[in-house]
Design a protein around this ligand. Structure first.
Ligand code: ZN
Length: 432
């Protein structure tokens, strides 16, 4: 058996060290945990630092009209369309250091790798650190990604945070103007493709011994609200056979949701994550229960079949137990498939670097790529993270895995250069 040469880990180590550097104040708005909300002081300090690293890596750096940091490594010709590598720089409260940020650092390291070798492409490479993916400040998510993709909603510019500060005021404090927010939009012809590296935030890669995984799609999601109405009664005097216990009925429904979720393909998941019991006191038989149902799968049809099964079984349980049931659909997000040919390039790059067939998986969590898919073809690569833990300070990655991811990213860019899209960037330029 041929032994693989020891990997050069300097760049992977640097990417991890930089995420760690940015995990504490002044890059966090909290002194004792990482919280980097959109347009906070920590965000501002972080952008200064990232801009310096982008410049050092051979890029020009700017903050766009929505507060995203954008680094650009020019192609052989100015104004060439770009291959965009990105992820987000904001964090949830008490978040981990690698969620989002590691993808931005890998983008910078990818450019640095080519810049150090003096290699220019027919296309430009841009690295974007999105300011808001998590909904870290305002009660919506992917606000600044949607600005770039040109798919903002009517209400987005009127958003107010939990402290009563409006988007306009928050932008003003950041030196940005809300009336120019939409100017962050990019033209389709200027973005050839979008690539994102992100920690898996789940346990599959670690469990199966893979450093990397290629994402086939970002899951379709349904969210329902279920309201079960029984009859409240005295816990001491209401005979068991006469009860219409809303919570006992809801409990059976939760188990049905779990059973249906577990009966499908691996990427199908169904979760009851929230429940309110009324009146919620120890000596009263529960009269009303409200709970959430979250259903996700890599393709719409699988999600829809599970939803149909749940919508068929829950009313049967309600009827048998003599309780009322009201199911309301609250959120319907279709699946976002990653681009087939870009994913094939990514799979080829991953297997060239790891020496094994790539693990292909569905992302159950939403990512910037989901929104960027409205603007350009997208591809995503996942990195194994310890215990699958994320949105938690215990989030951790292995430097070796990050190095493998960097090699896969550079291998991907080299392959992209050989494709019609990569080579076509030059043709487009000459035709102008
Ligand atoms: Zn993330």
């Amino acid at each position: 058996m041929v032994k693989m040469p020891a990997r050069e880990t300097a760049s992977g180590l640097r990417a991890v060290a930089r995420c760690d550097d940015l995990g504490v104040a002044p890059y966090s708005d909290s002194d004792d945990h990482l919280f980097r909300p959109y347009l906070g002081a920590g965000h501002a300090a972080t952008l200064d630092r990232i801009a310096a690293w982008m410049t050092e890596a051979g890029m020009t750096a700017r903050v766009d009209a929505a507060g995203n940091i954008v680094g650009r490594y020019e192609g052989r010709h100015p104004d060439a369309p770009a291959l965009v590598i990105g992820s987000h720089v904001d964090s949830v409260r008490d978040g981990g250091r690698y969620d989002g940020m590691l993808g931005v650092m890998l983008g910078i390291e990818t450019v640095a790798w080519f810049a150090e070798r003096g290699h220019r492409f027919a296309f430009a490479i841009e690295v974007i650190g999105f300011g808001d993916e998590e909904g870290s400040r305002f009660p919506v998510s992917m606000l600044t990604t949607r600005a770039v993709a040109g798919v903002l909603g009517d209400q987005d510019l009127a958003l107010v945070d939990a402290a009563g500060v409006g988007l306009a005021e928050a932008l003003d404090g950041f030196g940005l103007d809300v009336t120019r927010f939409v100017d962050a939009v990019r033209e389709r012809e200027d973005v050839l493709a979008y690539v994102e590296a992100h920690i898996e935030q789940g346990p599959v890669l670690e469990a199966e011994g893979h450093a990397l995984g290629v994402v086939s799609a970002i899951a379709a999601q349904y969210r329902f609200r279920a309201v079960v109405t029984g009859v409240a009664g005295h816990a001491g005097t209401m005979a068991m056979r006469l009860r219409h216990d809303a919570l006992a009925a809801a409990a059976e429904m939760v188990l049905a949701v779990e059973r249906i979720g577990g009966a499908g393909p691996e990427d199908l998941v169904a979760t009851v994550g929230r429940m309110e019991v009324g009146p919620g006191v120890p000596n009263v038989v529960p009269g009303a229960v409200t709970f959430s149902i979250d259903i996700r799968a890599g393709v719409d049809a699988v999600r829809d079949r599970a939803a149909e099964a749940i919508q068929a079984v829950l009313p049967e349980i309600a009827a048998r137990r003599g309780v009322g049931l009201d199911l309301t659909l609250q959120q319907d997000l279709p699946a976002t498939p990653c681009d087939g040919s870009l994913s094939a390039l990514m799979a080829d790059a991953v297997s060239a670097v790891t020496g094994a067939a790539p693990r292909v998986l569905v992302s159950g969590a939403g990512h910037d790529a989901m929104v960027m898919a409205r603007l350009a073809p997208v591809s995503m690569v996942f990195l194994r993270c310890r215990g699958g833990i994320s949105h938690n300070p215990a989030e951790a990655v292995e430097v070796e895995d990050v190095q493998v991811a960097l090699e896969a990213m550079t291998a991907f860019v080299s392959r992209f250069e050989q494709t019609g899209a990569g080579a076509g960037a030059a043709l487009t330029q000459e035709e102008r």
